[in-house]
Design a protein around this ligand. Structure first.
Ligand SMILES: CC(C)(COP(=O)(O)OP(=O)(O)OC[C@H]1O[C@@H](n2cnc3c(N)ncnc32)[C@H](O)[C@@H]1OP(=O)(O)O)[C@@H](O)C(=O)NCCC(=O)NCCS
Length: 302
């Protein structure tokens, strides 16, 4: 059966979401997880929709027999190309669709001038093999940790003054300067998405002059991205995020994605009672950024 590859359209999003859910269920079941509580619906996630709109040349679908059989999504920020999503319907795995979708997204990134390639791979061995063959090699594990908001509040209180900055263009400029030092580049549009569309709360520590020393986004259920000029500031911000969530009535569980090379956050969160749910693998064509002082939002927007 022929497979057609074309840029994803807005109306493909529900089918893309369903393929993602089926592929994740299939992988999780093969790994022995109970999939009954995992979401399986056709409601596109906000980041999926955001990427299709903001990076239309890097969202691709594979269509077989009139149906979406797989998709890829990515973005370029500065010289980084990042693969956000690669999912193929389990019924057509091992037929070359994943490789073709990866290549189309990557080629679009290279045409935009990217010179570094990276992805947060699932534990799927076929995915890791595809990424290595596209010149991305393992750099560190990315642990999904989960714990109670209350556990964050057991971290030592901040010595620095914590601020809760309001969304503004000036704030985005200040966040960008810190991103350049820690993350390796600016990503103003992602901050606009976090603040204006996702309406995430932000806690920060002031630095010298106009500079911020650290920032973190927090929402019910998640802390991150978190970005700090010095690794130890992360703990003060995690505590502040816990306080902000606690005040907002958030007494539930919270997820934090911690790079294995981020020893300060990893050890402190485990000591505070957080548990490792699973780990993914960060793969890149060359090292970049300072992940010993960075906590990503996850494997989609990094
Ligand atoms: C990862 C995924 C998208 C790949 O899609 P796919 O259409 O099956 O991939 P392809 O058939 O194009 O390529 C898979 C390649 O991996 C190779 N491969 C599979 N298992 C392997 C292993 N254990 N070691 C080495 N290579 C392996 C296959 O041989 C194949 O290469 P070939 O065509 O040269 O023989 C699909 O498996 C999937 O959706 N998995 C679940 C979701 C997921 O984990 N996505 C990745 C998120 S980061």
């Amino acid at each position: 059966m022929d497979t057609e590859y074309r840029p994803a359209r807005e109306e493909d999003l529900p089918a893309m979401r369903m393929v993602q859910g089926l592929a994740v269920h299939d992988l999780a079941a093969r790994q022995g997880f109970d999939v009954s509580s995992m979401p399986l619906d056709d409601q596109p996630t906000p980041p999926m929709r955001y990427l299709r709109r903001s990076e239309p040349d890097m969202s691709w679908v594979a269509v077989r027999d009139g149906r979406v059989a797989g998709f890829s999504q990515g973005f370029v920020r500065g010289d980084l190309w990042f693969l956000s999503n690669l999912f193929v319907h389990p019924e057509v795995h091992s037929g070359g669709i994943g490789a073709a979708l990866l290549q189309r997204c990557l080629q679009a990134g290279l045409r935009r001038g990217a010179s570094v390639r990276a992805v947060c791979s699932s534990p799927e061995l076929a995915a890791q093999a595809l990424y290595a063959r596209a010149a991305m090699i393992p750099r560190f594990p990315l642990f999904a940790l989960e714990g109670h908001v209350e556990a964050l509040r057991r971290l030592p209180p901040a010595r620095a003054r914590i601020v809760r900055p309001k969304a503004s263009s000036r704030l985005i400029g200040r966040l960008g300067s810190l991103d350049e030092y820690v993350w390796g580049g600016r990503r103003d549009r992602d901050h606009r998405f976090a603040q204006r569309e996702m309406k995430l709360g932000c806690v920060a520590i002031e630095g010298d002059g106009e500079h911020l020393a650290a920032y973190a986004y927090c929402s019910a259920g998640q802390v991150g991205p978190l970005c700090a000029r010095r690794p130890r500031l992360q703990l003060e911000l995690l505590r502040a995020a816990g306080d902000a969530l606690g005040e907002g009535g958030g007494a539930g569980k919270v997820r934090v994605w911690v790079p294995g090379v981020n020893g300060v956050a990893f050890v402190a969160l485990l000591e505070a009672g957080f548990r490792i749910l699973f780990s993914n693998l960060f793969m890149a064509s060359r090292p970049f950024g300072r992940f010993d002082r960075y906590i990503p939002s996850g494997g989609t927007l990094l």
